[in-house]
Design a protein around this ligand. Structure first.
Ligand code: SAM
Length: 231
């Protein structure tokens, strides 16, 4: 199981049609998602620009309106924007949001809160990189010595769960967090929470991953949670 299979399984199980991906990069995941309508957001879409060529009319419209780069078709929309800028403009709602942008807990807290606001009833959020296996890949700075960088995304999950959000983390592909549509209280994190979370040691995760981020196996989740949500 990996993040792509998970997203496709959820889309198929619940009959979702509207998908948003935060952090698209080369489109490795985006291109493999089987859904009717897809939107992708990333401040750096250079690979996707090569694949999705715009018409001359679209190029002109972008230039005249002096807006960010976009690609718009009936089934695929792309926006070269940060998630904060994307969510700042009121817009569509989605059945599924995959959060895989900037892997810093404070950004993930914002992405999660914004995604919940744009989620349709019975919709679902999947978050990548929630279970870093080594401290080396779990810092706030991308390490030079390895390609793997999960950042401190896990701290966002830790805080959201402590604040009452119902989130599970599945134990494959660097940890995939799952949260269905739910109320997110205002001020779910404060400046002092952010300071506290910055100091939270990796040992907290390592000591008990189940307690820290709600780690569980796909088999267990599929048998219990997935069938209950589908019912
Ligand atoms: C790990 S890659 C995404 C991989 C992709 N989701 C996949 O599974 O193939 C992370 C991406 O997040 C993008 N990113 C960084 N900061 C971002 C932000 N503030 N908002 C949205 N995307 C961001 C980066 O440009 C990068 O392309």
């Amino acid at each position: 199981m990996d993040r792509i299979q998970l997203v496709n399984t959820l889309i198929e199980t619940y009959g979702y049609t509207r998908y948003l991906e935060v952090g698209v990069q080369k489109g490795d995941c985006f291109e493999q998602i089987k859904v009717k309508y897809k939107t992708g957001v990333d401040p750096e879409l250079k690979y996707m620009k090569k694949r999705y060529k715009k018409s001359i009319a679209d190029k002109l419209r972008n230039t005249l309106n002096n807006t960010h780069w976009t690609y718009e078709s009936e089934h695929v929309n792309l926006h070269e924007l940060s998630s904060d800028d994307f969510f700042a403009n009121p817009g569509e709602t989605y059945d599924m949001v995959f959060i895989d942008g900037l892997h810093l807990f404070d950004q993930v807290l914002k992405d999660y809160t914004n995604a919940q606001q744009r989620l349709n009833p019975r919709g679902c959020i999947v978050m990548h990189d929630c279970n870093p296996l080594a401290e080396q890949s779990a810092g706030r700075v991308r390490p030079k010595e390895t390609n793997v960088w999960n950042g401190d995304t896990w701290k966002a999950i830790y805080h959201l769960r402590k604040s009452g959000q119902n989130i599970d983390v599945l134990d494959f592909d660097h940890g995939c967090g799952i949260a269905f549509k739910q109320e997110v209280p205002e001020n779910i994190w404060t400046d002092s929470d952010v300071e506290h979370l910055k100091q939270l040691p990796f040992a907290t995760l390592e000591a008990d991953r189940q307690a820290a981020v709600g780690l569980r196996s796909w088999e267990d989740y599929r048998k219990t949670q997935l069938s209950r949500q589908a019912g």
